[in-house]
Design a protein around this ligand. Structure first.
Ligand code: PLP
Length: 415
């Protein structure tokens, strides 16, 4: 190979295409709704940590001034007490396809996973002793499932899906049986971006008599989720990724309404007691989704996401998905033209119908490349062993920014 770089006119054509797509993007006005980050050329990690909206600094200041600072403890009674449910219902309405009364904002994703995996596994019928989880699931999901299995004397059963195309009905068929208690899967794979068929897999797990828990960390806010329609039992999801709640903002938990009376979560703190102020000798859980709470909710960490939920509601989750597909399709096209000739592999599904909001590409030099890019203000995510994840948060990312990132990768591989 004499000159591994693509001809200049390919880059020029891609740039013209990116600008045309941006000009035609009905959501382009929202790109200006986020806090500016001086020196950042391309932020391609909005699926790890979403950008703050520009209204957030004033909202936080107003909260301190007009609420916490002056209403003081009276604000618990007046507006904070039911914030976990109100915010849960809002997320459900805007992004999850779930009716009210089934979603609550509680603790970190890991802690919510523990509560729901424990509750779901324990609620399974007689003789159901297996928790099914995929090998490629996010570490915290696997670690917590292993911990619960040990705690309950259950067995972990591993599914080994194709690492690019993710888990399918065919992968699950051989492992489901009358021993299956709970299946724990990610809706969008955190590495490949593969989008699982929630309706088909949920039906399959129910057919086998088990319960299913969907991890929505990489779908909530970018892929329309249809929890109620698909009959999902349990779900959990991050709010600091596509819901832009800020570092460490608390996760949401979903429990299907008719399952709520049959589960019991293990961290039975006073906030989930039937009468929180009774201070009685014995614990009795409150009915409904509020039973998922444990201790005092992190009110301050629940503020920033409210602005993003308003923005997603204004744009509409279907329009957000359309933009997301356009961005990921364009990233795949740019990678095909500029990076594949350099030995880069596509590690995400090529068909957008089978893909969530990010695109992953692979090359043995990507760890070093990522470090170099961060130094230049181009910020993707590195995923072991050799993947670069281009996280394209639909409302805050343009096609041109996406292309800048791909060009930066090309340049880093060729100099
Ligand atoms: C981001 C992510 C988490 C994060 O869990 P935390 O408790 O918030 O650190 C868990 N699971 C999946 C699938 C994720 O993508």
């Amino acid at each position: 190979m004499s000159d591994p770089t693509a001809p200049a006119d390919t880059t020029a054509e891609l740039l013209a295409a990116a600008r045309a797509l941006d000009a035609a993007d009905p959501l382009r006005a929202h790109l200006d709704a986020f806090v500016e980050a001086p020196g950042v050329q391309a932020y391609l990690d909005g699926n790890s940590l979403g950008r703050p909206l520009a209204v957030v600094p004033e909202r936080l200041a107003a909260f301190v001034r007009e609420d916490w600072g002056t209403r003081l403890i009276r604000s618990w009674d007046e507006q904070w007490m039911d914030l976990p449910e109100r915010l849960g219902d809002r997320i459900a309405e805007v992004a999850l396809g779930a009716a009210a009364g089934q979603t609550i904002v509680a603790d970190s994703t890991s802690v919510v996973l523990y509560k729901l995996i424990r509750a779901g596994a324990a609620a399974a019928g007689e003789g159901r002793t297996e928790i099914v989880i995929e090998e490629g699931n996010f570490p915290t999901d696997r670690f917590i499932a292993a911990g619960v299995a040990a705690e309950l004397g259950m067995e972990l059963v591993w599914v080994q899906p194709d690492p690019v195309h993710g888990v399918t009905v065919d992968d699950l068929a051989p492992v489901l049986s009358q021993r299956t208690a709970l299946v724990v899967l990610s809706h969008v794979d955190y590495r490949s971006g593969a989008l699982a068929d929630m309706a088909a897999i949920t039906a399959q797990v129910h057919e086998a008599g088990g319960l299913i828990l969907w991890d929505l960390c990489h779908s909530a806010g970018s892929v329309p989720v249809r929890l109620d329609d698909s009959g999902a039992d349990l779900a959990v999801g991050c709010t600091y990724k596509y819901l832009n709640g800020g570092p460490g903002s608390p996760a949401f938990a979903y429990v299907r309404r008719d399952l709520q009376p049959h589960i019991r979560q293990p961290i039975q703190g006073w906030w989930s007691a039937a009468d929180i102020f009774a201070m009685g000798p014995q614990y009795a859980p409150t009915p409904g989704i509020r039973q998922l709470l444990s201790g005092t909710p992190p009110v301050t960490s629940m503020l920033a996401m409210q602005a993003m939920l308003d923005l997603i509601a204004e744009a509409g989750i279907e329009a957000v998905r359309t933009k997301s597909v356009s961005l990921t399709d364009f990233a795949v096209r740019a990678a095909d033209e500029l990076l594949v000739p350099l030995g880069v592999r596509l590690l995400s599904p090529r068909d957008s119908a089978l893909r969530g909001g990010h695109v992953t590409i692979g090359h043995p030099d990507f760890q070093a490349v990522t470090q170099e890019l961060w130094g230049e203000g181009v910020i993707p995510d590195f995923r072991f062993p050799d993947g670069i994840r281009l996280g394209l948060s639909p409302l805050s990312t343009s096609h041109e920014e996406t292309l800048l990132g791909v060009i930066a990768v090309r340049d880093a591989l060729t100099h």
